[in-house]
Write a protein that binds this ligand. Structure first.
Ligand code: DGT
Ligand code: CA
Ligand code: CA
Ligand code: ZN
Length: 575
């Protein structure tokens, strides 16, 4: 498999970072960063350009760079990289993935304190040594500790999007096995956590040994860890573990509830049972020796006078109290979403033409779509090109049946909070999405000011992927989330919930707060290829984990309502 443009770009970015850590001339590092950007925004595969011998025609590609990148693309390796990393500790690279730490800080920590791994960084932060370094201080030290904690949360785990297709395939096969009554996913994958440790599957059947034997023979099994009558465990390619448990059908509801978790939710439920003089475990709900029958989870909750709690809510963040009061939200569903927001075309770094995107969106049942290509800072469109793109959008809008297409743009937020497209052009947009891509390492106060300045521009309708986290192991940037959310609420700027499985940003943990502060939301696809329209489900899952209802989310509106709503807001902001 040849390297993709994204992979090559990431590699070059890394080379630039290493050069900075080594303290080389800054122009050298910048040449690699800029090469990374160029390759990331190419319209064709870099491997093809290399094969055609045309790499040196790209801007900034001199002889040396061309040679190194060709080697990388051809062999997957770069000798130069090996040379510049040979004398650095291996752990130094994971430092770069800690939120709020970039190459300059890595260099500082390495030069002054010899820090070469996250563990050493954590120790230095806890001892107070980091705060003593030039340009640091207690606050920066605390932020780095928070970044380390955040990174730990998802490190070494699988993206939800890696687990769900496999989990669903296992369910589909097991369902058809002889003697199987009911099958369901459980655990974090059923709760739709943004990352999962392993996949849990629950089955009711009288033929446990047979079911488990078949499970361990599924396509993609690399290693069998356990294979008994009631429990099987296997590692599937590319390394994801799946646990399958078999129970009697009369225990299915309580077992499913138990194995769905979360642990915290389970602890609360068990206590509720105790309070009533009952006992709850995976085998059943018991009053003394008597089992209180629960044909399904709904019946189980009903014993407690509770409404059914959707799995996404089972995180012990108030769902138990709400269920007891009959006050659970009526959660948004995928079919409520009518607009495909935040779609990139081949006018920037997307792979597909606007016309093809329109067809794809229709086939997914969307009735409108925003074409939101990058602006110039992210090697996308400048004012002139946007104007040209609008003509193409008009053309496709006329020929594409049944779908409305909105002029949009993912506008870069500059370091000072200004936008990289002039207001006159922004005025022509029908949906402005402002996002941070660079300068994620500013201090929290400056970062907060920067984002608030950006959402204060009257042509910004949506704040894109607010935290910049990259799952599974890169935490978000440091900023005052609540201050930014309040600013969005006050200005009527919707907060994006990115459906991109590596982002899923705004983090669902902040959604309830955001709603309480008065925010509206937009589920953005951040699609760059046709397949990415399928990401919608992950964005909706996060909205559900944040307790959102249909009315909280702008792209549940019809195209007309959506246009009216953005238009009204702009008029108000102008006044
Ligand atoms: P993961 O796999 O790390 O993404 O997270 P989960 O939630 O899937 O955890 P896992 O696979 O270890 O266990 C599945 C469920 O089983 C878990 O959500 C709740 C239940 N469970 C497991 N261990 C315990 C426990 O010690 N106490 C309680 N109350 N429940 C447990
Ligand atoms: Ca699990
Ligand atoms: Ca498990
Ligand atoms: Zn973006």
């Amino acid at each position: 498999m040849p390297m993709t443009n994204k992979e090559v770009a990431a590699f070059l970015e890394r080379v630039g970072e290493i050069l900075e850590i080594r303290g080389e001339n800054v122009f050298k590092a910048r040449a690699y960063y800029s090469a990374a950007r160029t390759i990331e925004s190419l319209g064709e595969d870099v491997s093809k350009i290399v094969a055609d011998g045309e790499l040196d025609e790209l801007p900034g590609f001199g002889e040396a760079l061309t040679e190194k990148v060709s080697e990388l693309v051809r062999t997957g390796q770069m000798k130069y990289y090996d040379e510049i990393t040979a004398d650095l500790p291996e752990g130094i690279f994971e430092l770069l993935d800690v939120g709020d730490v970039g190459p300059k800080k890595v260099k500082l920590f390495y030069d002054k304190l010899g820090i070469g791994s996250v563990a050493e960084l954590e120790a230095a932060a806890r001892s107070g040594a980091l705060a003593e370094l030039p340009g640091m201080g207690d606050k920066s030290q605390a932020k780095i500790l928070a970044g380390i904690e955040q990174g730990k949360e998802h490190r070494g785990r699988w993206l939800l999007s890696q687990a769900v297709p496999l989990g669903e395939r296992i369910v589909a096969v097991v369902e058809k096995l002889e003697g199987v009554k009911r099958v369901s996913l459980g655990g974090s994958i059923r709760r739709r956590r943004e990352t999962v440790g392993d996949i849990d599957v629950l089955v009711s059947s009288k033929r446990g040994a047979h079911v488990i034997a078949e499970f361990t023979k599924l396509d993609g099994v690399e290693r069998v860890l356990a294979s008994g009558d009631t429990k099987g465990s296997a590692v599937f390619s590319p390394g994801i573990q799946a646990d399958l448990r078999v129970v009697e059908d009369k225990s299915f509801a309580t077992a499913l509830h138990y194995f769905t978790g979360s642990k915290e939710h389970n602890v609360r439920m068990r206590q509720l049972a105790k309070d009533r003089g009952w006992k709850l475990n995976e085998y059943g709900l018991f009053d003394g020796d008597k089992m209180l029958a629960s044909k399904d989870e709904k019946a189980l909750f009903a014993h407690f006078g509770m409404d059914f709690i959707e799995p996404e809510l089972r995180e012990d963040t108030g769902e138990i109290e709400a269920a007891l009061k009959g006050a659970l939200p009526d959660l948004v569903e995928s079919r409520d979403i009518r607009g495909a927001l935040h779609v990139h075309s081949d006018w920037s770094d997307g792979r597909v033409t606007i016309e093809e995107l329109a067809r794809e969106a229709v086939s997914h049942g969307f009735s409108y779509m925003t074409i939101s290509d990058h602006s110039q800072f992210s090697h996308g469109l400048d004012e002139k090109r946007l104007g040209e793109q609008w003509k193409e959008i008009d053309r496709v809008r006329r020929i594409a049946g049944g779908i409305d297409i909105l002029r949009s743009c993912e506008i870069d937020i500059m370091k000072d909070g200004s936008l990289d497209i002039d207001d006159e052009t922004l005025q022509g947009l029908e949906c402005g999405i402002a996002s941070v891509h660079g300068s994620t390492e500013l201090g929290a106060a400056e970062q907060t000011r920067r984002i608030i300045a950006a959402v204060s521009n009257r042509y910004v309708d949506i704040l894109g992927h607010p935290s910049q986290r990259l799952l599974p192991d890169q935490g978000g940037m440091a900023f005052d989330v609540e201050a930014v959310l309040s600013a969005c609420a006050a200005r009527g700027v919707a907060v994006e919930i990115s459906a991109d499985p590596m982002r899923l940003d705004l983090d669902w943990r902040y959604i309830k707060t955001a709603k309480a502060l008065g925010c509206k939301f937009a589920i953005g696809l951040d699609a760059h290829e046709k397949e990415h329209f399928g990401w919608l489900t992950y964005g909706v899952s996060m909205a559900r984990k944040g307790w959102l209802e249909k009315g909280d989310i702008l792209n549940t509106l019809t195209a007309r309502q959506f246009r009216e709503r953005l238009g009204r807001r702009r008029k108000r902001r102008k006044a």
